[in-house]
Design a protein around this ligand. Structure first.
Ligand SMILES: [Zn+2]
Length: 334
């Protein structure tokens, strides 16, 4: 037999075995799911805005949320599948992918994550939740990744759930209520609720509408970095009301005192939290300038905590936060 013919036979046999093993690994094997009560949040990335997207400082992977029985990846930006692997998270275990709005730091990893959730597009499983704009108008998520796979030779894909303001979605025993926020284009934060425990996510939103400076002048709709704020005089009252009633809030801050017109900032967040019933606030979605040339994140969290009286923590790339919020019920069951 000619050498090339021997190689051909060898390669055919080895390839067959490898392909069968790969199918078992990615399309057939049940992902290992450790049943545990409570909430576990792993921040695959804590960065936001274009500078963080292009530098990956901080990373833009979004966060993996295990909310009792629900496993959901929220705002998977660029790098989400890679960082999930680094954090030991099997994305095939996901029940849902949540996209708050159509900006790259929130969706650039979503299509790959959907492929993982649908077991290499071999299964009909999981939900992808997002504003209508993400699916139709801007179509940042392709038809294929919306589950229209008929002509592709793949049979898998997710169920698409188009979010509507305040219309709750029941998902794996939890209730997710989309909260419309203010950022440019259709964008939803959410409240996720189970057994009386509420977790809030602000997504990207403006909050401060007007402030008074030392000279007594009221400044409205300022763009850029603000140095002369003395007192906030107008703000998003609906957001203070809604997010002020959650137990734990995940807030996309971006900056301390810049881009009020699109972002809550730590100046706005501290105002929202003061007098609220929030017990813990996790700060994320930091602009590159929060880290370089100096890491301002600990100072930002301290400012929020000092002003509002609410415990605040600036989360890091790859960090996992555990919330033992269903303990009461667990001990009753035991
Ligand atoms: Zn955005």
């Amino acid at each position: 037999m000619a050498e090339w013919a021997k190689l051909d036979r060898l390669l055919r046999e080895k390839s067959l075995k490898a392909i069968e093993a790969s199918a078992r690994e990615w399309k057939e094997k049940q992902p290992e799911i450790k049943k545990k009560r409570g909430v576990e949040i792993t921040f695959l990335g804590t960065g936001g805005n274009p500078e963080a997207v292009i530098s990956q400082v901080p990373r833009t992977g979004g966060f993996y949320l295990q909310f009792d029985d629900l496993r959901m990846l929220v705002d998977p930006g660029l790098g989400a599948p890679l960082y999930a692997r680094e954090c030991g998270i099997d994305l095939r275990s996901l029940d849902a992918v949540y996209i708050s709005h159509g900006h790259t730091d929130h969706y650039a990893g979503a299509e790959t994550v959907i492929e993982a959730m649908c077991w290499a597009m071999s299964c009909r499983r999981g939900m992808v939740l997002g504003p209508g704009q993400v699916f139709a108008e801007n179509r940042v998520i392709s038809c294929y990744h919306q589950g229209q796979t008929e002509k592709s030779g793949y049979r898998g894909g997710p169920e698409v759930v188009v979010l509507e303001a305040f219309r709750p979605v029941e998902i794996k025993g939890a209730r997710l209520t989309p909260v419309p926020v203010y950022h440019g284009g259709e964008n939803y934060g959410f409240i996720l609720e189970k057994e009386g425990f509420k977790l809030g996510y602000t997504s990207d939103t403006s909050y401060i509408k007007a402030y008074r400076n030392a000279a007594g002048t009221v400044e409205v709709g300022r763009v850029g970095t603000v140095m002369d704020l003395e007192e906030i005089v107008d703000f998003r009252r609906d957001l203070k009301e809604i997010f002020g009633r959650v137990d734990v809030l995940i807030a996309n801050v971006t900056s301390h005192n810049s881009w009020f017109h699109r972002h809550i900032t730590t100046l706005g967040l501290a105002h929202l939290l003061r007098g609220s019933r929030v017990r813990l606030c996790l700060l994320t979605h930091f602009n590159y300038s929060c880290v370089v040339p100096e890491d301002l994140r600990p100072l930002m969290a301290r400012y929020v905590e000092e002003y509002s009286g609410v415990a605040a923590k600036a989360v890091r790339d790859g960090e996992t936060v555990l919330l033992d919020c269903f303990r009461k019920l667990s001990s009753q069951e035991a």
